[in-house]
Structures are given as C-alpha cells and as structure tokens.
Ligand binder design. Structure first.
Ligand code: UTP
Length: 297
C-alpha cells in the first residue's frame, strides 16, 4: 500500500474563545502567550517538525492579530540588527513564514470544529491532511504530530491523538470505541462525542491532533447539507471506523488544555519551569508561595 505523505495542515482558529472572556473580546485566544510565545507558534513549530509545508488557517472576524503575527517585521529586524541584539533577531526570524506558505479561509459562523475543517476543503484537495488545535499544547521530546506522521506511514487511514482520561471526564472529549488495542496504536470501531461516563465506550479520549483522509471532507460535505446546529468532526471520522480506517495513537508527551483557564495556568508553570533562563527564579518563587500557603493552613 502506497501511503501519501502529509504536507498540509489545517489550523481551525475561528472559535469564539468564550472561556477566556473578556480577554478574547479583542485578543484571539491563539495569540495568548505561554511564557513568551503565542499558542499558535507552538502548533506551527510542531507542524514544521512533522514535515508540513502548507499551513491553512480557518479564521473568522476579529482574528487579524493572528494574521499580522506571521508577517515579517522589517522595522523591528533593522532596529535589533542596529542594536547588535542578534539573539533576539534570531528568535524573531524563527517565527517568519515563507511567502505563500500560509493560506487563510474564513468561517463565517462558528458552526463547530467539523464545519471549520470543511471550510478548508478546496485548499486541502484530494490529499491526506493534518489538523492541529492550537489550544492543545503538547510538551514532548519528539513533537506529537511527528510521532503520528511516523505511525501513519505504517497504518494509513485516519489517525487521532489519544490519551487515557479519568472515567468521570469522558463527557469533555471525543472517546474511542476500541476494536483492537496494540499498545501505541489502537484500531477503533467507533467514536463518540462527549459521552456521559456510564455511556462511554472507553476512557481513551481524542485530543487536538489528527491526520485525516480526504474522505473526511466528503463526509463533512454530506453533514453540511443536512445539519442545523454544530457540525462535529468526530461524527465525520466515526463514519470511517466501520471500515477499520480509524486509528488512535497513544502519543508520548504531556498535553495541556490551554483552552481552559486551569489548563493554561498549568502550562504556564510547566513551560516556565522548563526554561533554563527562568527556572531558577520562577522555581524559587513557586517554592516560597507553596511554603506561605502551607503556613497559612
Ligand atoms: P473550542 O471548543 O475550544 O471552542 O474549539 P472555542 O470557541 O475556541 O472556545 P470556547 O469553548 O468558546 O472557550 C476548539 C478549536 O476549534 C476551533 C477553535 O478556534 C479551537 O481551535 N473552532 C471551534 C473553529 O475554528 N470554529 C468553530 O466553529 C468552533
């Protein structure tokens, strides 16, 4: 079986980000900063490491800061060069994207993740493609999408990143109905969106990294015609499970849900502590805070 290489990635960033209001009234959630880089930068770096060449953003009104972020900034570059700040210049340059590498499509109404992905159908064409949700940030030695691309080269089909969650948390995720469990790779016979714990087929939850076949766009197309409310990506993927073409991949790494306030704060602590330039001062501060809290109890 010849499996086509994945070179395109879709970044759905058209959501309203209501959990971060009032900040998201004027700042796109994906521009919010984890230590010193916006969430979207982590997703872009992960995609690049996995061999992605074409970056497709599904945006909406009020997301122009996101588009501006990827523009080159000649004035800033000149000023840093003049001031001899070469380290900052290198950091700045590493965020530049080549002309034509990013394409933007609009989602006119927030009709769900499935609908957002469907909006990219013409740019994706008849090829497998990755989907990355920037609010899922994954700390990993080998970037998560790269792990998945390597596994996908063996399986083909559709692959979703999966992780075990506490049974009472299944109602926050898409959950896999497992057919065959081969350790890192699981073949799914179904997928259920946000099941109640007593109805969940497993506690293996799907998080925001996918490698999908163009067939998913066809499935979304059918749903688009019949749908009244939100269009779920999970349902379009689940349609492929009956023919054995959906795989869950238990990635190695730590995922942070930066779409929630608690997850964002946890990621800030973890990424702050992992930075050589910050860990000593920040670690000492956290240590003192804990001691103060203990003393107050
Ligand atoms: P979320 O479920 O986190 O929704 O979307 P949200 O609107 O971003 O945030 P809350 O729940 O209101 O706080 C998951 C991903 O899907 C994208 C979001 O931008 C995010 O990356 N999305 C969601 C769209 O692009 N369009 C949609 O209609 C819905």
């Amino acid at each position: 079986m010849k499996i086509k290489k994945v070179t395109k990635a879709v970044f759905p960033v058209a959501g309203m980000g209501t959990r971060f209001l009032p900040a998201t009234k004027s700042i796109p959630k994906e521009i919010m900063t984890l230590v010193d880089r916006p969430l979207i930068q982590y997703a872009i770096d992960e995609a690049r490491a996995a061999g992605i060449k074409d970056f497709i953003f599904v945006t909406s009104r009020g997301k122009s800061a996101l588009e501006d972020y990827f523009d080159h900034s000649p004035e800033l570059e000149t000023a840093l060069k003049r001031a001899g700040k070469t380290d900052l210049l290198e950091i700045l340059k590493s965020t530049n994207m080549d002309s034509g590498a990013i394409a933007y499509v609009r989602q006119n109404r927030a009709m769900g993740l499935g609908h957002a992905v469907w909006c990219a159908r013409k740019l994706v064409g008849d090829e497998p493609f990755a989907v990355l949700l920037p609010d899922d940030v994954i700390a990993a030695e080998k970037p998560c999408l790269q792990q998945m691309v390597e596994a996908y080269a063996e399986t083909g089909g559709n692959m979703v990143a999966a992780m075990e969650v506490a049974p009472h948390r299944t109602s926050s995720y898409g959950v896999l109905d497992i057919d065959q469990d081969n350790g890192m790779i699981v073949r799914a016979k179904g997928m259920v969106e946000k099941p109640k714990p007593q109805e969940a087929p497993s506690n293996l939850a799907v998080i925001g990294r996918y490698i999908l076949s163009p067939k998913i766009m066809t499935n979304l197309n059918k749903m688009k015609q019949g749908a009244g409310g939100e269009i779920q990506l999970t349902d379009a993927i689940a349609e492929e499970a009956a023919s054995g073409k959906v795989f869950g991949y238990r990635f190695r790494g730590q995922r942070y849900d930066c779409g929630s306030k608690a997850g964002f704060l946890q990621a800030t602590v973890a990424f702050g502590l992992s930075r050589p330039d910050l860990c000593e001062e920040f670690g000492a501060y956290l240590h003192d805070m804990m001691a103060l809290q203990k003393a107050a109890q």
